[in-house]
Design a protein around this ligand. Structure first.
Ligand SMILES: Nc1nc2c(ncn2[C@@H]2O[C@H](COP(=O)(O)OP(=O)(O)OP(=O)(O)O)[C@@H](O)[C@H]2O)c(=O)[nH]1
Ligand SMILES: [Mg+2]
Length: 452
């Protein structure tokens, strides 16, 4: 689906990521190219405008971390804003007194019946729900039978077909059957029309009133591009929908519908239809769609992890405090948190030039997650005053702290001892310049104080 768009964006990013620095002009021209790529992909204009504005705003304000190239940062920002535009992935809402009624609506041939079968299969297999399927499509020959066959294939129940009943009658019968039969979920698969018309809307309104569905899912064919978005807007305004399902994502459409849907309708995308088979259904996740479009998952996760782990500002302020001898237990906690986060991405850090050495040192320091968690808990149990001025920590206070965090007094003592050792080391560093830094992370009983 996103092949063409992906290709174009890839070209834009290749130009950016190779560079060491980016000027505002570089960013401007990249944005222009992204805009064209999105237009060609048939993304709605207001959506493009919003996206570009959001990216620009952030790209200008963003502080560039030393370990990331500016181009990579731009990729990450585009990725984040794309995710914002795509909207959060909301799961199917079934939290109501059973049966939870799910009404499927949409134009003819959009994939309502197939999607009904797909979701039913998922609910039965993954969530062990008891599911009943009912077709309200009395217009297309054999439509009811089509759903019945799907019910058999997915091993869920289908409502008995009674010829001559109107949709409203079938709805009432289905509700009754679902209640008496103890079903968790009832699907109402409605008939489609070639275009939105008064009859269709009137019928859907009537059924909706009768059945009071917790979910009204609009199934739209993503290959129809902007048409799909307009259909969704109309349906939403008229009968109110709770979610969209985009089908034929496996086809070679340009992707505009998928990208515009959330922003233009205000309704979340809940599922993606990825093929004709009953297993070809994906829960919509904005992150994975963004990744599919940008194809830059590696860069994005690298930037993310570096951003998470090394707030360089934090690091610098801690270093400064250490150098000036003002390092207190608040700083020690901050530092532990930082070490903890870094411990989680040792592999990642090795990839970044200049940081790889640190990763090795972290390895050697053998950060033990549990110990760090305990040490943080101890500091958390102290008063503000104690953290600022650890020298007031007498025996009585230590006992109180130990109680507060559910650990032995000996653990508290160890932590304080580590702190004192660090203080000593810092004093040395102050007099001996930066040469003392070598032992910061590494073994030799130095830093960080793991208290073992
Ligand atoms: N490739 C692909 N085909 C799909 C997808 N979803 C549905 N189809 C196919 O689209 C065709 C129409 O699907 P239906 O489920 O019958 O559509 P419908 O909305 O129920 O159609 P009406 O009841 O006639 O309005 C079938 O051939 C499906 O196999 C999908 O995600 N990908
Ligand atoms: Mg159908």
């Amino acid at each position: 689906m996103f092949d063409q768009l992906s290709g174009r964006l890839d070209g834009v990013f290749k130009k950016l990521t190779g560079r060491g620095t980016l000027s505002e002009k570089d960013i401007d021209s990249a944005m222009r190219e992204i805009r064209i790529a999105l237009l060609e992909a048939d993304v709605a204009l207001p959506v493009i405008k919003t996206l570009i504005a959001k990216v620009k705003e952030e790209a200008v304000g963003e502080k560039v971390l030393k370990s990331i190239k500016p181009g990579e940062l731009v990729v990450k920002i585009v990725n984040d804003k794309l995710i914002e535009i795509l909207g959060e992935g909301e799961s199917l809402n079934l939290s109501t007194q059973p049966p939870a009624v799910i009404m499927m609506v949409g134009l003819q041939g959009s994939g309502k019946t197939t999607t009904t079968g797909k979701i039913a299969k998922r609910l039965k297999e993954k969530e062990k729900k008891k599911v009943l399927l009912a077709s309200l499509d009395i217009y297309r020959p054999a439509a009811q039978q089509q759903l019945q066959t799907l019910a058999e294939r997915t091993a869920v129940d289908g409502l008995e077909i009674i010829e001559g009943q109107k949709p409203a009658e079938i709805t009432k019968r289905a509700l009754k059957e679902a209640k008496t039969g103890g079903y968790d979920v009832l699907f109402l698969d409605t008939a489609g029309r070639l275009e939105i018309d008064e009859d269709l809307m009137g019928e859907l309104e009537e059924v909706k009133k009768l059945a009071n569905p917790i979910e009204t899912l609009l199934v739209v064919d993503s290959l129809t591009g902007q048409v799909a978005v307009n259909v969704a807007k109309t349906f939403h305004e008229r009968i109110g929908i709770t979610g969209n399902v985009l089908t034929r994502i496996d086809g070679d459409g340009r992707g505009g519908a998928a990208l515009s849907m959330r922003e233009m309708t205000g309704c979340p995308i809940k599922y993606l239809g990825m093929g004709e088979g009953l297993g070809a259904l994906e829960v919509f996740r904005p992150e994975s769609m963004a990744n599919r479009i940008l194809g830059m998952g590696d860069v994005v996760s690298l930037v993310e992890k570096v951003q998470e782990a090394t707030s360089e500002e934090d690091m610098m302020s801690i270093m400064e405090k250490m150098m000036s001898g003002q390092f207190d237990l608040n700083d020690m906690k901050k530092q532990m948190k930082m070490m903890q986060r870094m411990g989680n991405l040792k592999g990642m850090l090795k990839l970044i030039p200049g940081v790889s050495k640190m990763a090795k040192q972290i390895d050697e320091a053998k950060i033990d997650d549990k110990t760090v968690v305990h040490q943080i808990a101890i500091i958390d149990s102290m008063t503000k005053q104690e953290r600022k001025n650890p020298s007031i920590l007498n025996a009585k206070r230590r006992q109180r702290i130990a109680k507060g965090c559910g650990l032995e007094v000996s653990a508290v003592n160890k932590l304080i001892k580590s702190y004192q050792q660090m203080q000593k080391m810092m004093k040395k560093m102050q007099s001996g310049g930066l040469s003392g830094l070598g032992s910061m992370f590494g073994g030799g009983g130095g830093f960080p104080p793991m208290g073992r």
